[in-house]
Ligand binder design. Structure first.
Ligand code: PGA
Length: 262
């Protein structure tokens, strides 16, 4: 299972204008060396995607959108479709909790976005996770099950094998409660997610799916998360805006991979 490339995704959210984004990319480019078994994905704002695409070292970094709309075109003022993002990004973050919470994205919209991304050769990074009250009420597994199965049930085995699932408990995300999570507890949820995929698609396919953890990950705790049995990478918000921290995250992932290999 650990033979998959470690995926490290930087979610810049609604931060950094085009100039600032470009500056951060050039700093990261100097600091980060490419590693065969690590994929680093940057997710700037919609506005910065095109200029960053032109200047990016594509051997080192991949690009993700933070969103995308599901119809390919039409009278949807203010939206950008996955069809328009085709060729520009490799990945698309879908169903992030800030989209679910602030923009009322429903399970069905997220399902349609996943379909649209795949139709346009964009790999979905599907974010799922429970709120604090849901966790306290013991509903975590039910929430994860509902969010996951609605988003993926229509996918073929080949499609799901390329899809990325990010487990992001909402209470652990820095912009919400930012409560520290215990890596061992997180393994339970990551395993639960893989088990759900196994039930639907079988063990071999489920093993191919990359499952990420996200929620206040930084350079001090990234190793603990990446060491978990079912953790294939991390989705990093606040710490990804700091080039020192984010490049440390990549080097810690590399150190861990070297140790596992030896
Ligand atoms: P955080 O954000 O690392 O700042 O908690 C993660 C996310 O929301 O994707």
């Amino acid at each position: 299972m650990k033979m998959k490339k470690t995926l490290i995704v930087a979610n810049w959210k609604m931060n950094l204008n085009i100039h600032q984004s470009s500056l951060l990319v050039s700093r990261l480019n100097k600091k980060i060396t490419s590693h065969q078994d690590i994929e680093v994905v940057l997710s700037p704002s919609m506005l910065a995607l095109q200029p960053i695409h032109l200047e990016l070292n594509h051997h080192k970094f991949r690009l993700a959108s933070q969103n995308g709309y599901f119809p390919d075109e039409g009278p949807y003022t203010g939206e950008v479709s996955f069809a328009m993002l085709k060729g520009l990004v490799d990945y698309g973050i879908i169903g992030h909790s800030s989209r679910r919470i602030y923009f009322n994205e429903t399970l069905e919209m997220i399902r349609d976005k996943v379909k649209a991304a795949i139709r346009n050769d964009i790999i979905p990074i599907i974010c799922i996770g429970e709120t604090k009250p849901e966790r306290l009420a013991g509903e975590t597994n039910q929430v994860l099950h509902d969010q996951l199965t609605t988003a993926i049930y229509h996918l073929t085995s080949e499609e799901i094998a390329r899809t990325v699932i990010a487990y992001e408990p909402i209470w652990a995300i820095s912009t919400f409660d930012g409560e520290p999570s215990k890596p061992d507890d997180m393994q339970k949820a990551l395993k639960f997610i893989r088990d759900q995929i196994t039930d639907l698609y079988g063990q071999n396919t489920a093993d191919d799916v990359r499952i990420l953890y996200g929620g206040s990950v930084d350079d001090h705790d990234v190793r603990a998360y990446l060491s978990l049995e079912d953790c294939d990478g991390v989705l990093v918000g606040a710490a990804s805006l700091n080039y020192e921290k984010f490049s440390n995250i990549v080097s810690k992932a590399n150190q861990l991979n070297r140790e596992i290999k030896n």
